[in-house]
Unconditional design. Sequence first.
Length: 433
Amino acid sequence: MLLLLMIWMPLSSAVAAAQYNYIDISNPFLSKTPIAVPTFKVRGGDPATSGIASDTAQLISHYLDFTGYFSLVKPGAFLENPQTMDITGAGIRYRNWTAVGAELLVTGGVVSHDGQAEFELRLFDTVKEKLVLGKRYRGTVGDYRQIARRFCSEVVYAIFGTRGFFDSKLAFVSNGSGQKEIYLCEFDGSEITQFTHLRSISLFPDWSSDGRWLAYTTYAERQPRIYIQNINDKRVAKINKPRLQMSPAWLPGSFELAASLSFSGDQQIYLLTGNGKVIKRLTNTGGINVEATWSPDGKRIAFVSRRSGNPQIYISDIGSGRVQRLTFEGRYNTQPSWSPKGDKIAYSAMNGGVLNLFTINPDGGELTQLTANQGNNEAPTWSPDGSLIAFGSTREGKSRIFVMTAYGTDQRRLLTLSGEQTNPKWSPNILTP
């Protein structure tokens, strides 16, 4: 159900809060801001309220920690009793929080009755001793996960001016069933579900801008073909062209996608409708052209071509058709992924027989290596706010999905699942119904 949300702090205060400069998120070696999230206060109601209050506080702690921007102050260090402390601001003893290192404080109160619940959640700056954010949410008791996400989105927006990634999912490939099938999970690796059941090889999932469709390559019909499948009712559209079909990439803000097709000879990149009809050809040079990724404004694509003799990344302007080579370091650069902010392209490169991840500006400047000395690392994909990158890595032996900040810091495994996991793809910041 839809959550009812009421803002009970002046809007001007929320705008001012968004101008705070707690963390320089452009600094690749940023110092995390200590934040305390005590268990929320139970304000009467059903006996289950205490469990909901505790679970919601733990989820908010987990989600904020996942961003890489915050460090959680351990509850054992708290000088205040969460069930007796003031949570509204008037009686908060800020010095008791700064004494344990907390620069930010989240407080909450929960009341539930007959399956309905109300949450009052606040964010305080303990150094400046002021309220940063206050929200009230109403819904069923089962809505606490959505409420935790919504509030974390508000916290990140108040501090950084972006909505984060809390309403996003990931698609990825796993062979745990004995075949390479596509799976879905929440942004933090939780709630894993199997999406395809084709008992074949399915690869390279990509999300539509509204989060309602997945396009992917499958060998279910022996030769690789692209299926365009609805997330909810599983309707499938196919591309009615012979020979190879590879690496679909949805056009931002449109029900259209690019894909590499070989019906006219070498693999070339074409623009297609969401129903699989060819609109026009996007690459026109000899040799193989694959792995398109769109700029956020949909005016350019980065792609991989062998026109120079080995795989390199190029950028093509869709309007003019002008093509420029982007990568010159190394002889094997593939899997480009354009950041949602438009300022970086992540990709994988082979050096010394090992794959690692890099970022580069679209103009070719600021080449940065993100991974090193930890197995093969490939298939980078950006979170919808551009703050995190998910990728596949063999650093633990089998290929697993890992996540890191956009600067390569805080590298950690995202999920645990049988078999191997590859080809992650982050969804837009939209919860599918």
